[in-house]
Design a protein around this ligand. Structure first.
Ligand code: SF4
Length: 234
């Protein structure tokens, strides 16, 4: 993807609503545009928006095998509420067996290398498989979520995954997110109300204290600068 096209789209869509941004890309790439959802607040909003535009649109999630029970319930509730089929991608069985046999079931606590190995097997490989034939990846990233996300753009080229990445909620604040969820009655993970701001795998997510960064509860034992799981490099 050349930079001129990205710049043109960023300029053209800079004042558009998230729904208009999503519609633009669903129309331009009808078979190769997908929402990757982790079932967090932002992705639940995008699921509601995508489903209201096209119930057949591709919405997928990754089941790492280490999710919270509440997350599985939410997948079920969301699918039923919006009449959609969320496609679930699982890790390769042999790879999971290999890393757990070689490094232990909770290898991620032992070193950053082991944590990245686990994320690689349980998230990145399934994600690459899910995105193999896609051109556009809809994400729920917002600028103010993390120190590592301040330079992102509405439409970006994702080098790691060779795909156009769109971030329709890029400029939304946390308050915008909460307000939209309440107005639309969007189903959410009950763990959010228990202090879990950003919810990933159960062993790698903890509740945060008031005033902490929203991603402080993810891989809390690591330095903030190393904490992206590899799905999003920015
Ligand atoms: S978040 Fe934790 S359990 Fe989940 S894939 Fe990464 S290291 Fe493994």
């Amino acid at each position: 993807m050349d930079n001129n096209t990205l710049n043109t789209w960023n300029e053209e869509l800079k004042n558009s609503s998230p729904q208009d941004v999503i519609t633009f890309f669903l129309e331009k790439f009808p078979d190769t545009c997908a929402l990757a959802t982790s079932l967090g607040y932002e992705d639940q909003i995008l699921t509601e928006m995508v489903a209201s535009i096209d119930k057949e649109a591709n919405i997928f999630t990754l089941d790492t095998g280490r999710l919270f029970p509440e997350t599985y319930d939410l997948i079920d509730r969301t699918s039923k509420k919006y009449g959609i089929n969320i496609h679930i991608f699982f890790p390769e069985r042999r790879s999971v067996e290999k890393i757990t046999q070689e490094h232990g079931i909770n290898l991620f606590y032992d070193s950053i290398e082991n944590r990245k190995l686990c994320c690689n097997v349980r998230k990145l490989e399934p994600l690459a498989r899910a995105m193999k034939d896609l051109d556009v990846w809809i994400t729920g990233l917002r600028k103010d979520q993390s120190v590592t996300r301040t330079s992102m753009r509405l439409v970006e080229w994702d080098d790691s995954n060779n795909i156009i990445k769109i971030n329709p909620l890029i400029n939304w604040t946390e308050q915008d997110v909460i307000q939209y969820i309440q107005e639309k009655g969007i189903p959410c993970n009950p763990l959010h109300k228990k202090g879990y701001a950003s919810i990933g795998c159960q062993p790698c997510t903890r509740a945060i204290e008031k005033g902490e960064d929203v991603r402080a509860g993810r891989w809390w034992w690591e330095d903030p600068a190393t904490k992206e799981c590899g799905l999003h490099k920015k």
